[in-house]
Every structure is written in C-alpha cells, then in structure tokens.
Design a protein. Structure first.
Length: 74
C-alpha cells in the first residue's frame, strides 16, 4: 500500500480500513460496505484518497476527497 490515503482491504475478520503505510488497521468491519463507509468518512475529514481493494488485494476503485492530482476536465 504505497498510495497515500485510506485503504479498504480484506482481512482475517472481514474488511479493514488502513491508512497508507500503516501495518495496523484503523478499524475492522464484518462487511466491505461498512468498511467503505468508515473509510469514506476518514478520507473526507483528512481530504485524502480512498482506495477500495478487492478480495484479491488489487485496487478495484478509487475516490478522491482532497487535492486530486488529475481533476476531471470541465
């Protein structure tokens, strides 16, 4: 997990929310949806990125709640 922000990752107990570079989980959840809700709140408050990983550990979705390095063209 080298990307800055909050990551929703699979864990032994279900799903975890981890800050980038951290080995410990910020929180653990039974479902991925619960973990995404918790991570979204953290990412919005910290104005960072949210990375949602699949069961295989690969990033499957990303949302920006801060300074987006590649904002959409208007």
């Amino acid at each position: 997990m080298s990307k800055q922000g909050q990551h929703v990752v699979p864990s032994e107990r279900g799903w975890s929310v981890r800050k980038a570079g951290s080995t410990r989980a910020s929180s653990n959840h039974a479902t991925q949806q619960e973990a995404i809700a918790a991570a979204t709140t953290l990412a919005r408050n910290q104005r960072t990125e949210l990375y949602i990983h699949g069961r295989d550990g690969r990033i499957r979705e990303r949302n920006s709640y801060g300074k987006d390095p590649h904002p959409p063209k208007r």
